[in-house]
Ligand binder design. Structure first.
Ligand SMILES: Nc1ncnc2c1ncn2[C@@H]1O[C@H](COP(=O)(O)OP(=O)(O)OP(=O)(O)O)[C@@H](O)[C@H]1O
Length: 239
């Protein structure tokens, strides 16, 4: 059984169709990149999977259970967590307060303390700066905080929207190194929106290429990188 199943999923904003009958599955432990130019529907797809955006039709399944119709909180409780585009951290709260924000849902307080310790072990800089305002962190540290906050709900499936946005290439390398290490440690399934297919190829994994609300290609990210120039011409947007 696949970890995530997306079946004929469509999203509309008024008359605009942002996502059109998209279908794919993701295996447990897989790393899937979703790439494509601005406006391709990548964020709408993540939103529809996480329950933040209402689907016009189609369904989303996790471990064979239908997620569609559940609230974003209900979906999070089933083990799906989202790292939103632009990080959306609470700048005036401390690093630790940001990490604890989503854990009110959980009754397993000892496990929450364990997860906090695990996150701090994975990101020692967040432990060092746990009492600092999140707004005082660098861009890369804020991205790591956003990822860590998503980990605090103990997800099995994590959706990450454009983790490289606004970060220097060296910092992006570091963020991806951490994500890959966390995935291996926790057996996470990752779905990552990454506009650069070259970057996705370097990190490694499977990639869906989207355009105009549809999936136009699905395969190994490294094989797409070989066609970068082709996709640049095809999309009119550097890959
Ligand atoms: N809340 C909204 N209301 C109206 N239109 C929207 C809304 N969100 C997205 N759109 C439109 O839907 C289409 C798909 O947008 P979406 O953000 O899903 O694409 P994307 O591939 O994530 O693009 P980007 O890389 O720019 O974030 C675009 O035409 C966009 O303008």
């Amino acid at each position: 059984m696949s970890k995530l199943g997306v079946h004929d999923l469509s999203v509309r904003y008024g008359k605009l169709t942002a996502l059109s009958d998209v279908s794919f599955t993701v295996a447990e432990g897989e790393r899937l990149f979703i790439s494509g130019p601005n406006g391709a529907g990548k964020s709408s797809l993540l939103g529809a999977i996480s329950g933040a955006v209402r689907a016009a039709h189609g369904r989303v399944e996790m471990d064979g259970d239908i997620l569609s119709g559940h609230s974003p909180e209900g979906i999070a409780r089933r083990g799906l967590s989202m790292v939103p585009e632009g990080r959306r951290i609470f700048r005036a709260l401390s690093v630790q307060e940001n990490l604890m924000v989503g854990t009110g849902l959980r009754r397993d307080r000892a496990a929450v303390a364990d997860d906090l310790a695990t996150v701090y072990a994975a990101f020692p800089i967040l432990h060092d700066r746990r009492h600092a305002n999140a707004g005082a962190l660098s861009g890369g540290q804020q991205q790591m905080l956003a990822i860590s906050r998503a980990l605090m709900t103990n997800p099995k499936l994590m959706l990450v929207d454009e983790p490289s946005l606004g970060l220097a290439p060296k910092v992006v390398d570091e963020v991806y190194d951490r994500l890959v290490a966390l995935q291996a440690q926790r057996g996470l399934t990752l779905v990552i929106v990454e506009q650069s297919s070259a970057r996705a190829a370097r990190v490694g994994g499977r990639m869906l290429l989207m355009r105009g609300g549809r999936v136009v290609a699905d395969g190994d990210a490294a094989s797409f990188a070989a066609h970068d120039l082709l996709s640049e011409a095809y999309f009119g947007d550097p890959a």
